[in-house]
Design a binder for this molecule. Sequence first.
Ligand code: HEM
Length: 141
Amino acid sequence: MIYLWLKAGHILFVIFWMAGLFMLPRLFVYHQEADEGSPEAARYAERERRLIRIIMTPSIVVVWVLGLALAWTTGAFTHGWFHAKLVIVIALSGYHGWLCAYARRLAAGERLLPGKTLRMLNEVPGLAAVLIVVLVVVRPF
Ligand code: HEM
């Protein structure tokens, strides 16, 4: 019973986290289209800060806590699919950290990447989600 509640919570917070990972680079694109130092740019910096603080940070923490609790409950630590999933999830968490750093630098006026590259970044969580869902559902190894 506890396993099913953990899994329901895990999947819900995965959805929230992924939504944030998809949305943040999109906000960066609009932010960078606004003139530097303009009130519009400041509004985007605030939106990014709130998305990270209210949605993304709590979600990544809950996904990790419930995911590790699930692994402990089911004994997943001994399975190949779980090791592969962990590698991808650690990489995705690194991507999350990189996005947060980019948001801070953007708020300080630094525009490091062109809009086209930022748009392409949305492939990262999409690809990770495909691989992770196949690993946890199909369990090919
Ligand atoms: C952050 C670290 C994570 C850990 C430690 C973790 C761990 C786990 C574990 C142990 C299970 C239970 C598998 C079972 O039923 O035996 C599970 C289920 C699941 N995880 Fe994660 N997970 C993490 C992140 C993610 C992410 C980022 C996604 C999607 C992008 C995801 C998607 C899923 C799905 C869809 C299930 C349900 C699979 C089923 O129907 O049995 N997880 N996770």
